[in-house]
Design a protein around this ligand. Sequence first.
Ligand SMILES: CC(C)(COP(=O)(O)OP(=O)(O)OC[C@H]1O[C@@H](n2cnc3c(N)ncnc32)[C@H](O)[C@@H]1O)[C@@H](O)C(=O)NCCC(=O)NCCS
Ligand SMILES: Nc1ncnc2c1ncn2[C@@H]1O[C@H](COP(=O)(O)OP(=O)(O)OP(=O)(O)O)[C@@H](O)[C@H]1O
Length: 197
Amino acid sequence: MIKIGLTGGIGSGKSTALNFFHELGFSVQDCDDVVSEIYQSCEEFKKNLLGRFGQSIVTEGKIDKKKIAKLVFGNEVELKWLNKELHQKVRDEVKNNYQEEKINIVAVPLLHEAGWDTSFDATVCVWCPNDIRINRLKDRGFTPEESQARIAAQMSQDEKLERSGFAIINDFDIENLRAQCKELSQKFKNTYKNKDI
Ligand SMILES: CC(C)(COP(=O)(O)OP(=O)(O)OC[C@H]1O[C@@H](n2cnc3c(N)ncnc32)[C@H](O)[C@@H]1O)[C@@H](O)C(=O)NCCC(=O)NCCS
Ligand SMILES: Nc1ncnc2c1ncn2[C@@H]1O[C@H](COP(=O)(O)OP(=O)(O)OP(=O)(O)O)[C@@H](O)[C@H]1O
């Protein structure tokens, strides 16, 4: 089995690139989706969250991730607590869902921060200038201040890029991103074609 870790700062284009890799035939997983699933289904985690933050994180009877985001970004202690609650659960879930006979690509926002990078056969960083990603994130409903708070909680994109084996520079249009994914896809398929995956 081959495992490739895809990382990048918030709004760099990881999910969009991951969708292209899916279309190109890879097995894909997105850690943000795995986190969302844990919020939905893990009763023990929900109990821990309510124990930590109280009813302030509940909207209409449901845990509200936007409210949690306001409490943790900018508060190192609370963010560390949340990361500790979730990261092992995310890793376990991803591990359960690998497809043996395929090249698996996993989007992991905190690939290097969490020290998860060494578990992958190859790593890719999607890089995008800060002003462009802040603008793109506005369309997803993030204010510049919200984006900056998350950027501040992450390793710099330049360091992520330096630590990754491959790069996708996402500072142009979607078709350019698609073309870079296609080129990288060919490289991975060639590199791993003789491996027993
Ligand atoms: C803080 C939470 C509640 C915000 O939820 P929300 O729905 O608004 O955002 P979502 O989960 O879709 O994440 C969007 C982006 O925010 C950034 N982000 C999320 N968590 C973190 C974090 N702990 N540190 C830095 N950046 C983060 C990433 O770039 C991510 O791609 C949620 O992201 C969370 O519980 N995060 C902790 C778990 C984690 O580290 N997730 C990252 C993948 S392992
Ligand atoms: N090359 C591009 N041109 C225009 N818009 C783009 C491009 N790449 C991505 N986008 C848009 O930018 C936004 C952020 O992209 P995406 O959600 O893929 O990033 P991400 O790295 O997964 O973000 P997050 O860290 O929040 O998960 C999305 O609205 C996406 O449609």
